[in-house]
Design a protein around this ligand. Sequence first.
Ligand code: MLT
Length: 206
Amino acid sequence: MRPQPDFIHEFVPGSSQRTLLLLHGTGGNERDLLPLGRQLDPNASLLSLRGKVLENGRPRFFRRLAEGVFDIEDLKKRTHELADFLVSAKQHYRINMKQIVAVGYSNGANIAASMLLLRPEILAAAILFRAMIPLTPETSPDLSAVRVWIGAGTMDPIIPPAQTKQLADLLRGAGADVTIRFFESGHDLTSNDVDLAREWLTGLQY
Ligand code: MLT
């Protein structure tokens, strides 16, 4: 039986205990980030999902009302659904939950950040490329065992650098160990992002 609740996904077994949870940006799918996952860690298992919400036919992980304006109720519901999927995928694929690292880009980074805030027990670490503050939780989660790497673009037209710093502050306020890197780029991912994220991941201790 497949994991319940289910998502369209790809699972690529690896040779180490680590699993990278790959979450694409708006308009992506479950195959998009597989090469990035392999670049970041040649040995990890890869669990790559497709978002269930369609915006003009383009998959996303939660609804938005406008660019950067989120449907918070939908975001909360989809965040819990994703976390529940991971709990069930853990049994199905024998994933070591103590070594699950989310890797999200844009919309995928935003739902990963939301999961850190609403379901802090799920992720050991997260790499957030071009993330925003997805929501403000009613109670501060305990993220004291969680490590987060954030990659931002100084010229990102969607996310002002001040908002990236606020996201880092929010996560640090909850106890997370946060590394933040700014690149001279816009919303697109750069090879510098990938190089520095890989370096960070290689040295990651749980
Ligand atoms: C979002 O909707 O998550 C952000 O606006 C980023 C995007 O997907 O464009």
